[in-house]
Design a protein around this ligand. Sequence first.
Ligand SMILES: *Cc1c(COP(=O)(O)O)cnc(C)c1O
Length: 369
Amino acid sequence: MNRPYNFSAGPAAIPPEVLQQAAAEMLDWHGSGMGVMEMSHRGREFISIYEQAESDLRELLAVPANFRILFMQGGGLAENAIVPLNLSHAATVDHVITGSWSQKSQKEARKYCSQVHIAASNEADGHTTLPEPARWNLSTGTRYVQACTNETIHGVEFHELPDLKSLGCDAPLVIDFSSHVASRPVDWSRVGLAFGGAQKNLGPAGVTLVVVREDLLGHALPICPSAFDYKIVAEQQSMYNTPPTWAIYIAGLTFQWIKRQTEGDASGIAAMERRNMAKAALLYDFIDGSAFYANKVARNCRSRMNVPFFLADESRNDDFLAGAKARGLLQLKGHKSVGGMRASIYNAMPLAGVQALVDYMREFEKKNT
Ligand SMILES: *Cc1c(COP(=O)(O)O)cnc(C)c1O
């Protein structure tokens, strides 16, 4: 089946093979006589789905043995509260501001911490640059340093994780990697905790991935809800309460899909990264070569996943979107806070989809100049 190319920022496109497999297994999962949504989360069948998903993800992302993988609920925004509830000791924490999502994080943290210190911000540049880690103003005794490593709305991405130790800071780095998880490898030696909602790059909305270093468990504030206490969630294999079983199952199918991907001699996450680099280069090179379109983000921190761009003549925005839709290029409208267009080109977007977008953009430019 030929489906349109879907550039949604999230919930976003899921690989068709994953949807087909889920459809085929909808009424009867592996001869069990039940669909996955109808199974006890404590039954043999679902436990096997859960364990496979966890071990596939651990392998794909090369998660070290001293990190726990949790499948939680509440999305990225709930983690903005759950992280300080577990890690802040109600004391001082540092945040780095790079766009809308990191802004939300620091605001939420203020409810639980005695001080939220802004160590660096790119606000003066309209969130189009990344503050150099060497110049971050980290506070002594901070409980953690939190950053959003891919700003989904502003299209700014860290291409290397900050190395806090080299900056003389022993606190753990907390990252919101919601919108680029599984698009590239993660250097876990620099991370204490990573969280991300699934609906950008891993599967459907409803499950939130948390990867947390073991020594950070067990420090929750007394007011922390038990269902959000990382230690309790870890001890119960994410089944203190009923986990989002369907979303975990689809994420698990997506992990298997990623494992099967190859690009040249690379496979799995390395293949995804190569493909994502090629996709991003194709789109940014076209935009940079045109006077009709523009991307305002500094070249060294442009996101491979979310590409905001503007038409020089914004009065043609509606035309552009209508023409794109007619060509089977969906959900290209930019976020309302930024305007213009945004192409989200997550793992599930093939190179052919980006090529189709570039072909359309070229034709639209020709027709309108
Ligand atoms: C989408 C997104 C969120 C919010 O996720 P919810 O599931 O809506 O809570 C948080 N952070 C980033 C970077 C995102 O892209």
